[in-house]
Design a protein around this ligand. Structure first.
Ligand SMILES: C[S@@+](CC[C@H](N)C(=O)[O-])C[C@H]1O[C@@H](n2cnc3c(N)ncnc32)[C@H](O)[C@@H]1O
Length: 275
């Protein structure tokens, strides 16, 4: 992952972002008041009220920050356009970053939750954006196990598409079995997978996030599809896990290194394959 950007690209992305956020204020202003009333700092009991609307915080932040989100305007626009049509919605985001305030702001009146592997990074991001609802999570995988997990998951009945579930499913290593209850208690309309890190052997990799997003989408009881966005599909593991669990046939569109899937609920499953 290259966290640096070229200065001219930064300026154009910063202006584009500002335009997107101002646009979102106009588009979403009739949907809700956009004020987040609770703060979560990783401990679900630790809530405190805040008064400044998140949209205003976002404008101030992006207007004054030299650091912009990593996704390009074309990539961000895909999720932005979906949010324009389904917000307020339940939006689950894997990873905290410079884009987090933007995602939360794009979903006023909805529930936007962030899952982050690095507890120190949670504190760093919340210092600047205390209204984000972020949870620290532990991953049970490492990137270097990706091929083995892909080759062996079919022999673990608890991973099978017919009965797949996430909460407490410790036998299926790809299932994110120990997430905060708030994740399991909701059905997610939109899932953004831009974390955990997957660019060195000991990093958690996105195998569990991709598998779990697929299972959550397939187990959806509400009407409609689950929109799943996966970043860094230029990497072998992200691409192969997307093709195995999110399925080419559900690939709706993409831009740059981002793929957007629309995954329908899977009822009456008979086969052994996710796709
Ligand atoms: C691939 S990055 C995604 C970054 C995000 N899309 C953005 O625009 O900032 C995902 C992970 O990298 C780590 N990360 C990102 N920026 C970081 C930073 N400045 N310092 C430490 N960790 C960072 C976090 O663990 C995060 O969940």
């Amino acid at each position: 992952m290259n966290l640096r950007s070229l200065p001219d690209r930064k300026i154009s992305i910063a202006f584009s972002l500002l335009a997107l956020i101002v646009g979102s204020l106009i588009v979403f202003s009739f949907i809700g008041d956009g004020t987040t009333k609770l703060v979560c700092t990783g401990d679900s009991n630790n809530f405190r009220p805040t008064t400044v609307p998140m949209q205003l915080q976002a404008i101030l932040h992006y207007a004054t920050s030299k650091i912009v989100p990593q996704q390009s305007l074309a990539e961000i626009s895909i999720s932005f356009n979906v949010l324009k049509s389904i917000s307020p919605c339940n939006f689950l985001v894997f990873g905290l970053g410079h884009d987090s305030l933007m995602w939360a702001t794009f979903n006023p009146g909805g529930e936007t939750i962030f899952l982050e592997e690095d507890p120190k990074w949670v504190q760093t991001v919340l210092k600047d954006a205390p209204d984000l609802k972020a949870f620290h999570v532990n991953y049970r995988t490492q990137l270097q196990q990706a091929d083995e997990l892909m080759n062996t998951y079919r022999s673990e009945p608890k991973c099978a598409p017919k009965k797949a579930y996430i909460k407490g499913n410790t036998q299926c290593k790809l299932a994110l079995s120990g997430l905060p209850d708030v994740v399991y208690d909701k059905e997610w309309d939109m899932i953004m997978i831009d974390a955990p890190r997957g660019y060195f052997a000991e990093a958690p990799g996105r195998m569990g996030a991709i598998y779990s997003a697929a299972v959550m989408a397939r187990n959806r009881k509400k009407s409609g599809v689950t929109h799943v966005f996966l970043h860094d599909v230029d990497r072998r593991v992200e691409k192969s896990y997307a093709e195995e669990f999110l399925c080419r046939k559900y690939l709706k569109d993409g831009a740059g290194r981002l793929w957007h899937f629309e995954i329908p609920p899977a009822r009456n499953v008979t086969g052994d394959s996710f796709c």
